[in-house]
Write a protein that binds this ligand. Structure first.
Ligand SMILES: O=C(O)CCC(=O)C(=O)O
Ligand SMILES: [Fe+2]
Length: 315
C-alpha cells in the first residue's frame, strides 16, 4: 500500500548520431520501439536535436499566441474539424490552435497572418523550424514501425500519404489541489502524435495495454510518441491507439505542443494484405481520415465517442 513504484513509460534514446537505417544501433532502437508500443501503446523518446534556443523561442511564441485576444485566436480556422482553434467556452481549462502543413514556411505564414494581419515572421519561422526538426523523429519512428512489421514495400506510399499539423496547447491553472480535467480521455485519430511539454507543469497521463494510467514526467529532451487510430486501423489492429488525458492541479498553467502526422484528404486508409488473414480478419473498411473526422462532428459520431472509428467503418 503506497509503497509500489509508480509505473513509468519506457524511455528510448534517439540521440545517438549513428542512428541510421541499417545499423546495429537502428535495429536495437527499432526492437525497443516495437516492444514499448506493444506493452505501453507509447514511449518517451529522448531526442536532443532541438537546440535550447529554438525551444526557448517556441515557448515565447506560445505565450505571445495565447495572449492574443479571443477574437484573434478564433480566426485560426480550418476546413477540417479539430485542426483549428479549439477551446473556450467549449472546454473551460483548455485552449489549442493548429497549423496545417507546418513544415512549409509559406503555409505557416498564411495561417499566421490570420492571427496577426501584419504578419509575424519570427513566429512563423519558429513554428516551421521546430516542426521540421521534430519531423525527423516522426519519420524515424514510422520507418522503424513499418520495418518491424516487414512492410518496407509500403514505406514511400506511407510517408507520402501524410501531412504535418502542429498544435499548440495551453491549460489554465484550476487553482485547486484536487485534479480537474484539462482534456478528457481520448485517442487521436492521426497516424502518430509526438507530444512535448513546454512549461514545467505535468498533467498528461497515458494508458498502457492493461488499462493502467501512467503519469508522464517530461524533461526538456523528452518527446512522447503516441499512436493514433489511423495507424491502428492501417496495421489492422497490430498496435493499439493510445488513450491519453490531461489532469490539472495547482496554480500554474501548462503549455504543450504536438506534432500530428495526419493522412491527406482523399487518401484511403486500407490495411496491407500482408496483415489480413484468418487469424487477423480485416477490422476496418478503407476510409478517408477527413471523412472520419467529419463523422465525429455528427450526432452519431458524438454518441459513438471513443468508438467512432468502429461505428464509422468497423467490419
Ligand atoms: O497536452 C497534451 O500533452 C496532450 C494534448 C492532446 O492530447 C491533443 O491535443 O490531442
Ligand atoms: Fe490527444
Amino acid at each position: 500500500m503506497g509503497t509500489e513504484t509508480p509505473l513509468k513509460v519506457p524511455v528510448i534514446d534517439f540521440s545517438n548520431p549513428e542512428l541510421k537505417p541499417g545499423t546495429a544501433e537502428w535495429d536495437s532502437v527499432k526492437g525497443q520501439v516495437r516492444r514499448a508500443l506493444q506493452d505501453y501503446n507509447c514511449f518517451e523518446a529522448s531526442f536532443d536535436k532541438i537546440p535550447a534556443e529554438l525551444r526557448g523561442s517556441l515557448f515565447r511564441a506560445l505565450q505571445e499566441l495565447f495572449d492574443l485576444p479571443l477574437e484573434a485566436k478564433i480566426r485560426n480556422v480550418s476546413e477540417i474539424p479539430y485542426h483549428g482553434y479549439f477551446g473556450h467556452p467549449l472546454v473551460p481549462l483548455f485552449e489549442s490552435l493548429g497549423f496545417e502543413d507546418a513544415n512549409i514556411i509559406e503555409k505557416v505564414e498564411d495561417q499566421t497572418r490570420a492571427l496577426w494581419p501584419q504578419g509575424n515572421s519570427s513566429f512563423s519561422k519558429t513554428i516551421q523550424t521546430f516542426t521540421k526538426q521534430l519531423s525527423e523523429l516522426d519519420q524515424m519512428v514510422r520507418r522503424m514501425i513499418l520495418e518491424s512489421f516487414n512492410l518496407e514495400k509500403y514505406m514511400d506510399e506511407h510517408m507520402d500519404s501524410t501531412n504535418y499539423v502542429f498544435r499548440t496547447m495551453k491549460y489554465n491553472a484550476p487553482k485547486t489541489n484536487e485534479p480537474k480535467v484539462g482534456l478528457g480521455s481520448h485517442k487521436d485519430k492521426d497516424i502518430i502524435t509526438i507530444l512535448h511539454q513546454m512549461s514545467e507543469v505535468d498533467g498528461l497521463a497515458v494508458q498502457n495495454k492493461d488499462g493502467e494510467w501512467i503519469d508522464v514526467n517530461f524533461s526538456k529532451n523528452s518527446f512522447l510518441v503516441i499512436i493514433g487510430e489511423s495507424l491502428h486501423a492501417w496495421l489492422n489492429g497490430r498496435l493499439n491507439a493510445t488513450y491519453h488525458r490531461v489532469m490539472m492541479t495547482g496554480d500554474k498553467e501548462r503549455y504543450a505542443v504536438g506534432l500530428f502526422s495526419v493522412p491527406k484528404a482523399g487518401y484511403m486508409i486500407k490495411a496491407p494484405e500482408e496483415l489480413v488473414d484468418e487469424a487477423h480478419p480485416l477490422l476496418y473498411k478503407p476510409y478517408d481520415y477527413v471523412e472520419l473526422l467529419n463523422f465525429t462532428y455528427t450526432e452519431a459520431g458524438q454518441v459513438a465517442d471513443t468508438s467512432a472509428l468502429k461505428v464509422f467503418c468497423g467490419v
